[in-house]
Design a protein around this ligand. Structure first.
Ligand SMILES: Cc1cc2nc3c(=O)[nH]c(=O)nc-3n(C[C@H](O)[C@H](O)[C@H](O)COP(=O)(O)O)c2cc1C
Length: 361
């Protein structure tokens, strides 16, 4: 097991409707003031990263969305330690613009705190609404890989030159370069996504899953990355419901699902068929998701971080044991529950990690 502490991120609710497609009461808001306070609570509570979301259009309770790069900059300016991951979608974004924007944010925020999550797109309606060409599943990943190679090339080299199928550069020197090379995350877990991660990404983000399901992905990626002489870390999504008793936590989950909005969940389920299921292997995110899974739009219930702080901490250690480096968390009432997680779950995780290190010594 890794000797490094497992890292924690939270989903930035820069999209309306919270992280579950349910009519249950959610004291979570998508506005900036709420998010600014949340980021400050999160960094005080021991969270390492915040992950913003990019959507240009959406229903499913997510009618309103703030843009991810400018929102991330706002959160970085309001905090001092937290790293913020700006979601970027190739197609609407061009790598030259993204590289320049992120380099400037890196300077404005002291260096080393801004990162990117290159997402490849699952929502055809969104692409068509903004006049973007919709590519087939694996073509989207070919484009994302060129995009990531371009970001890294522009950030690290002078006279960067590349001639790809999607992007071309001729002796381009970005000035100034970022103070520190921003980390590159990716979202997606199909075979094309895993192959891309094993070649170019620093981090691979995947939807919620069982420990066995995660292990299969980690083993595949690590083996492929080793063959490519590349190293990649893994982050897993989880919707956390931490309560004093397991019964209480399970009751909250039951209520979220009982109050799910079936029309919205089914419409979302229909749209995501353009993702994992549309890959040649029919694997990847949402390929096997049930109605209940889709109530949390990145399968976060499957990871089962639902119960008492101790149960949750032990399950996090089990994920770490199969090679997970980061837990990406979502909550019903973000501000209160991020603080609760920092106070009651995170210290237990650190204790268990210290026990493991002592055992190994
Ligand atoms: C943690 C995580 C965050 C994501 N964030 C976004 C996002 O902000 N916007 C977006 O359009 N897609 C987002 N995605 C979707 C992915 O980019 C990808 O399209 C989707 O997971 C399907 O990938 P697959 O077919 O390779 O499994 C995210 C995925 C994950 C796992």
């Amino acid at each position: 097991m890794s000797q490094d502490n497992i890292k924690f991120a939270y989903w930035v609710p820069n999209v309306s409707g919270g992280l579950v497609v349910s009519n249950i009461e959610q004291r979570t808001s998508w506005d900036f003031e709420y998010n600014k306070k949340l980021a400050q609570i999160a960094e005080k509570s021991g969270f390492d990263y915040a992950l913003s979301q990019i959507r240009f259009t959406a229903g499913y309770g997510a009618e309103f969305q703030h843009e991810s790069v400018s929102f991330s900059h706002g959160l970085l300016a309001a905090t001092t330690k937290l790293k913020v991951i700006a979601a970027i979608l190739p197609g609407p974004w061009d790598p030259a613009l993204a590289a320049k924007q992120i380099a400037t944010i890196d300077h404005l925020t002291g260096g080393g705190r801004v990162a990117v999550n290159v997402v490849s797109g699952w929502f055809k309606g969104e692409f068509l609404a903004i006049g973007q060409t919709w590519l087939e599943h694996d073509e989207r990943y070919r484009r994302s890989e060129e995009f990531i190679r371009a970001l890294k090339g522009i950030w690290s080299q002078d006279s960067y030159t590349a001639s790809g199928d999607f992007y071309r550069f001729h002796h381009y020197s970005l000035r100034p370069k970022p103070l520190k090379q921003p980390e590159v995350f990716q979202g997606g877990s199909s075979r094309a996504a895993r192959d891309m991660a094993s070649r170019v990404s620093d981090w691979y983000f995947t939807n919620g899953n069982t420990v066995e399901g995660i292990k299969a992905q980690v083993d595949d990626i690590r083996a492929k990355a080793a063959a490519n002489n590349h190293s990649v870390k893994v982050g897993v999504n989880a919707f956390v419901i931490a309560r004093e008793t397991e019964e209480e936590a399970r009751a909250v989950l039951a209520e979220i699902i009982a109050q799910a909005n079936p029309e919205a969940v089914n419409a979302f389920g229909h749209e995501v068929k353009q993702a994992g299921k549309a890959s040649p292997e029919g694997e990847g995110n949402w390929a096997k998701s049930t109605f209940e899974d889709l109530v949390q739009y990145n399968d976060g219930f499957k990871t089962n971080l639902i119960g008492t702080p101790r149960q949750i901490a032990e399950r996090i250690i089990a994920l770490k044991a199969v090679g997970v480096d980061l837990i990406l968390t979502g909550f019903l009432h973000f501000q209160e529950e991020v603080a609760y997680f920092g106070e009651h779950v995170l210290p237990l995780v650190r204790e268990l990690e210290a026990d493991q290190v002592a055992l190994a010594a």
